[in-house]
Design a protein around this ligand. Structure first.
Ligand code: AMP
Length: 216
């Protein structure tokens, strides 16, 4: 099963992708996670990407396309994959189409998750991440046991620079301008189904699984 999760920042793509990955035993490919890990490790790519990410802009297409092309070649993608946060532009979607064609694979599902903008802002500005292991929390919806401290490794939690309100507004604009057009792009290929990303994580997961299984 080759699946894309589309949706604005804060729609729950990462959370849903993780659950789908465990359920179907296929990897979650999150370009945001891969880039953040490159930034933490100060690799050449991380240093290049950091400025774009901190300002809420997209990292150049050729960088993320390269990441995904390399990742899709790994053996664990043999039985499928879940793309979370990629593609985010039409050129990225074109590049993905070419890569998949070269690998003899098809896309099976594009699930678009929709969430009201005020809810997105509340979700994202409350997000916190462990500075060491990267585990995510939310100050209201999923708080750590001890305020500001990671349950798993005891390190401090921080707010991603790009989750601060001003940068977030920029990211939402970038989504509307550059990523939202992908819904029409994939609708033209009869691939898009939409789920409402509000309600419990379990209910949203069930809706996605129903969509995937009805067209298995
Ligand atoms: P995310 O965690 O998916 O919200 O991504 C965080 C940031 O990483 C984005 O705001 C972008 O700066 C960068 N990023 C992640 N995925 C992509 C992508 N497919 N294209 C360009 N930039 C990306």
């Amino acid at each position: 099963m080759n699946l894309i999760l589309l949706g604005p920042p804060g729609a729950g793509k990462g959370t849903q992708a993780k659950l789908l990955s465990a359920r179907f035993n296929i990897p979650q490919i999150s370009t945001g996670e891969i880039l953040r890990s490159a930034v933490r490790e100060s690799t050449v790519m991380g240093v290049r990407a950091k400025g774009f990410m901190d300002s809420g802009s997209l990292v150049p297409d050729e960088v993320v396309v390269g990441i995904v092309e390399e990742r899709l070649l790994k053996a664990d993608c043999q039985n499928g994959f879940i793309l979370d946060g990629f593609p985010r532009t039409i050129p990225q979607a074109d590049a993905l189409g070419q890569t998949l064609q070269g690998l003899g694979k098809d896309l099976n599902h594009v699930i678009a998750i929709t969430v009201d903008t005020n809810e997105l802002i509340a979700r994202i500005t409350g997000r916190r991440t462990c500075i060491k292991c990267g585990k995510g929390y939310h100050i209201t919806f999923d708080p750590p046991k001890v305020d500001g401290v990671c349950d798993l490794c005891g390190s401090d939690l921080c707010q991603r620079d790009d989750d601060k309100e001003e940068t977030l507004r920029m990211r939402l604009q970038v989504y509307d301008k550059q990523t939202e057009p992908l819904i029409s792009y994939y609708t033209a290929q009869s691939l898009v189904r939409t789920v409402l990303g509000q309600g419990s994580i379990e209910d949203i997961q069930r809706s996605i699984i129903n969509l995937v299984e009805e067209r298995a």
